[in-house]
Design a protein around this ligand. Structure first.
Ligand code: NAD
Length: 259
């Protein structure tokens, strides 16, 4: 299927690894020129080189913390007029809500709610003026089915979800869509770390801990970044023009509800 977005420009945040990288790679495979952002220059440059070699698209890099005003300014200076914006950043740490401080909450809100809102605010009017825009926010299945130890994530991401639900309807007639992708369990560094912690806590081998976790997923496996990225590319394609304001779970069937 021709996605119809070759030659478009995308700003993809937190994209040197994991789900953000999956989105960057899938967009590049459709001929989209990229600006990719991540904190560690070395990993970011290696990812950019790989994407250029595989696809031949133009890939700019910005090594920064996207959750800071300076980081966002640098990303927007490199890519002031994206046709496609993929919002992503690291998730907040787990913990007992009684231990979360006011500063912990501010950090979570900054990373997982206010940063995407700021980037949307900075880019959406250009998309409206050009009559085409695609915004995808990487959130979490925890928005739909809260995970008790991820209170910071449940809260901050739900704030973003509520905001997006409102504005998506305001810009739909101008060719701009805004959707959220809600990952379940994906085989990225973040999950490798979580499984290692679970294995240690329950005195299991890493392999045993992985198998236990997979057994709780109807698909019987973790997701991979390629399939996540391709879902993102479809939402960003010309064919996704009538899909807006949605929260797409990609979780191998883990969410047990009918709707
Ligand atoms: P990952 O650790 O594999 O990759 C994270 C990427 O984001 C890296 O490129 C890193 O450099 C970059 N990054 C992190 N914080 C950044 C910042 N402040 N500024 C710039 N770049 C930053 O993580 P992942 O598994 O791909 O997760 C991506 C997001 O999806 C996270 O918010 C995570 O909480 C969420 N999520 C992941 C899963 C999963 O199963 N992997 C499930 C639910 C939600």
């Amino acid at each position: 299927m021709d996605m119809g977005i070759a030659g478009r420009t995308a700003l993809v945040c937190a994209a040197s690894k994991g789900l953000g990288r999956g989105c960057a790679e899938a967009l590049a495979a459709e001929g989209v020129n990229l600006t990719i952002v991540a904190r560690t220059a070395e990993t970011l440059e290696a990812t950019a080189a790989g994407i250029r070699a595989q696809t031949g698209v133009d890939v700019k890099t910005v090594a920064c913390d996207i959750t800071t005003p300076e980081g966002r300014a640098a990303a927007l200076a490199a890519c002031p007029q994206p046709d496609i914006l993929v919002n992503n950043a690291g998730g907040p740490p787990p913990g007992d809500f009684r231990t979360f401080t006011h500063d912990d909450w501010l950090r979570a809100l900054e990373a997982n709610m206010l940063t995407p809102i700021e980037l949307i605010r900075a880019t959406i009017d250009g998309m409206i003026a050009r009559g085409f825009g695609r915004i995808v926010n990487i959130t979490s299945s925890s928005v739909k089915a809260p995970i008790d130890v991820l209170g910071l994530s449940n809260g901050a991401r739900s704030g973003l979800t509520g905001f997006v639900a409102g504005i998506a309807r305001k810009v739909a007639a101008q060719g701009v869509t805004i959707n959220n992708l809600l990952p379940g369990v994906f085989d990225t560094d973040r999950i490798v770390d979580t499984i290692a912690a679970q294995a240690k806590a329950h005195n299991l081998s890493i392999d045993e801990a992985r198998k236990q976790r997979m057994a709780s997923i109807p698909a019987g496996r973790f997701g991979n970044r390629d399939e996540f990225g391709r879902a993102c590319a479809f939402l960003c394609s010309v064919h996704g023009g009538y899909i807006t304001g949605q929260n797409w779970l990609i979780d191998g069937g883990s969410y047990p509800g009918t709707f």
